[in-house]
Design a protein around this ligand. Structure first.
Ligand code: SF4
Length: 485
């Protein structure tokens, strides 16, 4: 008897290997083949397959993950690389030529067929395709990926979402072909500036390799009518010693000049065998704070000058504080905002109030006076964050300006203070806690008001039962309908 042992990986073995390299957010799952055998749902080909999201573990197999789309919709994407072989020397990357390990590569038809099968089984409804750079170079690699997408579009008649990475240094004709077929294109920028890129990826050039293809994509999108092609990019954070302020500068240019849909921030993690294996990893809090600043810029429309208030003198964000709260504390003249009369930009600049809750507040107050936390929380306001920055009947926080002066101290020179400690203390006080964590008395309510010195500035001054009024307080807190505007 002859036993033949094949060293050729099958399509699903490649998918497992290449999808794991494509994203660290893809959850490792059991062998997809054995999982198919356990499946329950009959398919058109007579075999049975399990509904991928019928079980609590959301990602049924490597290569499939859920992605949030604009508008809050979530879709299942097949996320994979065309190949994890790469001729480049990027000092941070597990696919670079520094790392000795087995590599995989699809053939064009093989990848297209695998994706079409997963679509047919209702397991995915979109594709995210990335790659290392094969021996033929960036243009040759992107061309192979474009050919794959062409087969998916034409042979398998797939019209859905395809996010295609364009390799840095790809020629213009291939970028144009990618633009005709993709829903979203991205060239990874990796760092905010060329000196940083040279430190991380000496074989890449920021200008001709990355920014030029990005500008081509932008021009092609502007020239196209009808359905537009979105553009995105990705930065590795903390590997090139860049500051958060450097990242903000690049972020502003990308969102402003080229209308990028998204900039993604990936915290640096050292990879064994690479030149940066001894470099310290970037704390995930930094990634989180950068995403918050990105959100303030894209969704809340904060200006760059406002955002800079969140940075310290070295250009870094406070890892312990929400940047929106830091900006609010640096702007004491703007607070507290009156929930019953503030305009939309003022509400959006208030910690604990987002676009949805700001809109609900605006609509609610056309008919009612906003005067209690229960209604506000039902509208999505985060009381703990907002309490120190808003005013309404029955609630008035300590004036932010006064608080800040107290925190900074009148006599103490500012330079001798750690502003992070000052902010931490201020946030603790404004959210109704002492710095030690004990619960302080609620402010602004007669009887337990913490700031009796400012009664005449309180919206309850003169109301029944409050200072300035001769009548007794009513038995219950009441909701006040007002005239519709
Ligand atoms: S070109 Fe991309 S895949 Fe290749 S080593 Fe650099 S970052 Fe990694």
């Amino acid at each position: 008897m002859v036993i033949v042992i094949s060293s050729q990986p099958d399509r699903y073995e490649k998918l497992r290997a290449l999808s794991t390299m494509a994203a660290d957010d893809v959850l490792g799952r059991p062998d997809p083949v054995s999982q198919f055998r356990r499946d329950q749902t009959p398919s058109q080909d007579g075999r049975t397959y399990r509904d991928p999201y019928s079980r609590p573990d959301k990602n049924p197999m490597p290569g499939i993950y859920k992605a949030s789309m604009p508008g809050g919709k979530t879709i299942s994407l097949m996320r994979t690389m065309f190949t994890d072989y790469c001729m480049m020397d990027c000092h941070f990357c597990p696919n670079s030529h520094w790392v000795p390990r087995r590599r995989f590569a699809y053939k064009v038809d093989e990848l297209a067929k695998t994706f079409a099968e997963l679509v047919e089984r209702n397991m995915v409804s979109g594709l995210f395709l990335s790659s290392g750079i094969m021996g033929g170079g960036a243009s040759r690699t992107t061309e192979k990926m474009v050919q794959t997408v062409e087969v998916i579009r034409k042979r398998y008649k797939f019209n859905g979402y395809i996010h295609l990475k364009v390799m840095p240094g790809t020629s213009r004709d291939i970028v144009e072909a990618a633009h005709r077929l993709g829903t979203r294109l991205s060239v990874n920028i990796e760092t905010p500036s060329n000196p940083g890129l040279q430190r991380l990826s000496p074989m890449k050039d920021m200008g001709s390799g990355i920014l030029e293809p990005m500008s081509w994509i932008d021009r092609l999108t502007r020239a196209r009518t009808g359905e537009t092609v979105g553009q995105a990019t990705q930065m590795i954070v903390g590997a090139a010693e860049e500051s958060d302020s450097d990242i903000l500068d690049r972020m502003s240019q990308l969102y402003g000049d080229w209308k990028l849909k998204r900039v993604y921030y990936v915290p640096f993690r050292p990879v064994r065998y690479t030149p940066m294996e001894e470099h310290a990893p970037t704390p995930s809090e930094r990634e989180h704070r950068l995403y918050q600043v990105d959100w303030l810029k894209r969704v809340y429309r904060f200006a760059d000058d406002e955002l800079r208030l969140a940075f310290d003198a070295r250009g870094f964000l406070d890892l312990d504080q929400d940047p929106k709260a830091v900006i609010a504390l640096e702007n004491p003249a703007q607070f507290p905002v009156d929930l019953n009369s503030a305009d939309l930009p003022a509400l959006l600049r208030t910690p604990g109030i987002g676009p949805v809750s700001a809109d609900r507040i605006m609509r609610h107050r056309r008919r009612f006076t906003i005067d209690n936390w229960r209604d506000l929380q039902a509208m999505g306001v985060v009381r703990k964050k907002a309490a120190g920055f808003v005013v309404m009947p029955g609630h008035r926080p300590e004036p932010a300006r006064q608080l800040r002066l107290q925190m900074l101290g009148h006599d103490e020179p500012r330079a001798s203070l750690d502003l992070r400690d000052v902010r931490r203390e201020a946030m603790a006080t404004l959210s109704g806690r002492s710095a030690a964590g004990s619960q302080a008395a609620p402010t602004g309510q007669h009887g337990d008001c913490a700031d009796r010195s400012s009664c005449t500035g309180c919206p309850m001054f003169g109301a029944p039962g409050h200072p300035g009024s001769a009548t007794a307080a009513p038995a219950a807190v009441r909701r006040q309908p007002v005239m519709a505007q």
